[in-house]
Design a binder for this molecule. Structure first.
Ligand code: NAD
Length: 495
């Protein structure tokens, strides 16, 4: 084990760091005994170890989930009873908000204020929202001939594997397991190797809330072992994945090479923020800064490309730069910190390399452009803005997943739409203009799953979220999410 982090000495005694996976209602180590190290991104030092599950452990988790599903102890429980349990589960998440916030910040380095007041309540809200929906979803009766009656019911799929990333570990997981559970499925959740803590902790809370043993399992481990084993498992009915486009495509291959399981994908993005000359530049600048620097830019729908009409470009860059330079970067456990470190050394090196690539390809650094707080040993980078970017540069085409903004100027709204669409991604976009007709035209012209007009990154559990093109398919949030975890069954009755 590497050098131990000092941050551990500052933690409240009640916070216990998880070490084992959770299968069949029990804490278990990997059968092989293998573990993986958890690193605090604020100083790059080790905080603990968790089970590194492989295909043997994944198989145990899937068997446990299958047995639970077949037993009917959750899948056939009355919806009203399941609703009560989900609401209790949500309350338990909220009751343990402080602890869960600390666990999230330890793993990923996001500011503690954001984890405790943002991510954790948002996950609790998701569990409650879907919990409330359980007993309000109806089937159908087909309009058939008089001698027949066709009852069309929504059926759970069986065993759902949820594979999630590290940027919003608990809330991304909740977007998956909450709708999968309310539909009656059993779940095997695999958190990212960087961020296993909150997933492992809430598995205990799920059991405490009354979700029966085996219905909600969590396997920690690496993508290439635990993730792949879930993707290839012959008895997993559905994979719901959030992560990079590259890995998402692998799950399509795994499905084809195994049992043809259903796969839904929430993937990467390179979301444009289109700013037209008549926009409220102050509002746009504040929102653009928040849209790329929140969570240190490690956001799937980060507005990483600003596409702005030439006449207001310099004024806009100046305003966004002011926001960037005012951001307090630092220890994520300091409540004044607005931007913490990146999640890992790998991500740190990747983001720094894109800063070099931007310069090499001829973009101009308006602010930032390198590391900061190096003495901490943590993975801190400066909020960075590149001006004079062309849309064919790598910093405009590739997902950096860091606090790096590329500013591209265009001559009018029509060219802005062309540039906005000139990407393999289609997750989200922002449009800034005071003209409602132009706003409507531009919003319609952009191929993305979410378009915000005169705002950015607003959300509500009742509205679907997901991408077009290589940003994936299928939707999280809202009742549409349930489509991913159910199938329609037609039962015919002859009179
Ligand atoms: P990632 O694709 O590297 O990892 C995601 C998950 O897949 C992790 O659990 C990982 O262990 C697993 N995995 C990795 N390699 C695997 C393999 N070969 N086989 C099976 N599983 C494997 O992504 P990340 O770095 O954790 O997260 C960042 C990415 O997630 C970004 O591209 C971001 O845009 C995307 N993301 C998308 C959304 C969305 O809703 N569209 C939300 C959050 C993050």
């Amino acid at each position: 084990m590497g050098a131990e982090s000092n941050i551990l000495k500052t933690l409240p005694k009640a916070v216990k760091l998880p070490t084992q996976s959770f299968i069949g209602g029990k804490h278990v180590s990997a059968r092989s005994g293998a573990t993986l190290e958890c690193i605090f991104p604020g100083d790059g030092k080790v905080i603990g170890e968790v089970a590194a599950c492989d295909e043997v452990d994944v198989d145990l988790a899937v068997r446990s989930a299958r047995e639970a599903f077949g037993s009917g102890r959750w899948s056939r429980m009355a919806p009203q009873e399941r609703r009560k349990i989900m609401l209790r589960f949500s309350e338990l998440i909220l009751a343990n908000r402080e602890e869960l916030g600390i666990l999230e910040t330890l793993n990923v380095g996001k500011p503690i204020v954001n984890a405790t007041n943002g991510d954790i309540p948002s996950a609790a809200n998701c569990v409650a929202w879907f919990g409330e929906a359980i007993d309000k979803i109806y089937g159908e009766v087909g309009p058939t001939s008089d001698d027949l009656m066709a009852v069309v019911t929504r059926e759970p799929l069986g065993v759902v594997a949820a594979i999630v990333p590290w940027n919003y570990p608990l809330s991304m997981a909740a977007w998956k397991f909450a709708p999968a559970l309310i539909a009656g499925n059993s779940v095997v959740l695999k958190p990212a190797e960087q961020s296993p803590y909150t997933a492992l902790r809430i598995a205990e809370l799920a059991l405490e809330a009354g979700i029966p043993e085996g219905v909600f399992n969590v396997v920690s481990g690496f993508g290439k072992t635990a993730g792949q084993a879930l993707g290839r498992h012959m008895d997993v009915d559905c994979v719901t994945f959030t992560g990079s486009t590259q890995v998402g495509k692998m799950f399509l291959i795994y499905a084809g090479q195994s049992n043809g399981k259903r796969v839904s994908l929430e993937l990467g993005g390179k979301s444009p923020q289109v700013v037209l000359a008549d926009a409220d530049l102050d509002a746009a600048a504040a929102s653009i800064a928040a849209g790329i620097f929140a969570n240190a830019g490690q956001v799937c729908n980060a507005g990483s490309r600003v596409i702005v009409e030439e006449s207001v470009k310099d004024a806009l860059v100046e305003k966004v730069t002011k926001h960037a330079e005012a951001l307090r970067v630092g220890n994520p456990f300091d409540v004044e910190t607005k931007m913490g470190p990146l999640v890992s050394r790998e991500q740190y090196e990747r983001v720094l390399s894109y800063m070099e690539i931007g310069v090499q390809q001829g973009a101009r650094i308006a602010t930032g452009g390198g590391k900061t707080l190096v003495e901490s040993g943590g993975y801190f980078v400066q909020p960075t803005i590149f001006d004079n970017v062309r849309n064919d540069m790598r910093i405009a085409q590739e997902e950096i997943f860091g606090p790096v903004l590329s500013v591209i100027s265009v001559k009018d709204a029509e060219q802005a739409v062309k540039v906005a669409n000139d990407t393999v991604y289609g997750l989200a976009a922002g449009v800034w203009t005071e003209n409602i007709r132009i706003a409507q035209r531009v919003a319609k012209g952009i191929r993305a799953g979410v378009v915000w007009v005169n705002c950015f990154d607003r959300g509500n559990m009742s509205v679907p979220f997901g991408g077009f093109k290589q940003s994936g398919h299928g939707r999280d949030k809202s009742l549409h999410a349930i489509d991913k975890y159910t199938d329609w069954k037609a039962t015919w009755f002859a009179s």
